[in-house]
Design a protein around this ligand. Structure first.
Ligand code: MG
Length: 204
């Protein structure tokens, strides 16, 4: 199982980090050891002093595919969940400045809390109008809508499948909207799809 994450998929987030809006999806991977399941806590790691939350819709792949045409991409997933792409912003900024890979800042243990529950695709009226938000200590800090993604689910799947064989159970984090920010020990994060509480993550 692999976790593929899309970067800069919302214009307002690309702008807040002073990144150009990409022509093709920007992506990176996390290993399976990044997952945090069952609403377990996130333990703030010693190697960073600036861990940021990035709340994202997550697509779960349900069959094997390679070179998937965009018009068939919708048949490769059935369920949508929500996750947090924890990012060591201090390490990422250093890596970016030197043109180095991002894994040190993105792929570390526990960097990908994932909702226990996934919502079946047909429960949504419109996949291009899925609202989601992240609360920190009871206050909403990020609000997004799938309709604001630069590349939609089908375009992402089609593009990624040029490079990777997608397999059942693979997870795609589809990018974060604006409002990313730091966490500290004691923070309580909650991820919602619509009004539905899907993910809880306490920072310890
Ligand atoms: Mg992200």
């Amino acid at each position: 199982m692999k976790i593929i994450c899309i970067g800069r998929n919302y214009i307002d987030h690309a702008k807040e980090l002073n990144n150009p809006v990409p022509e093709n999806p920007v992506f990176f991977l996390k290993p399976d050891t990044a997952l945090v399941r069952k609403n377990r806590p996130f333990y703030y790691p010693d190697f960073s002093e600036d861990i940021h939350y990035e709340c994202e819709l997550v697509v779960k792949i349900n069959k094997l595919g390679k070179n998937i045409h965009k018009k068939f991409a919708h048949t490769y997933y059935n369920e949508i969940g929500i996750g947090i792409d924890f990012t060591a912003r201090d390490l990422q900024s250093k890596a970016k400045a030197k043109g180095l890979p991002w894994e040190i800042a993105k792929a570390f243990d526990a960097s990908a809390p994932l909702s226990m529950e996934f919502i079946k695709k047909d429960e949504f009226h419109d996949l291009n109008n899925i609202s989601f938000h992240l609360d920190k200590n009871g206050e909403t800090v990020q609000e997004g809508n799938s309709g604001d993604m630069i590349f939609d689910f089908d375009e992402i799947i089609s593009y990624l499948s040029i490079f990777f064989t997608l397999k059942t159970g693979d997870l795609i984090f589809t990018g974060t909207p604006a409002g990313v920010g730091p966490v500290k020990v004691g923070d309580e994060l909650e991820g919602y799809v619509g009004d539905r509480l899907m993910l809880k993550c306490d920072v310890k």
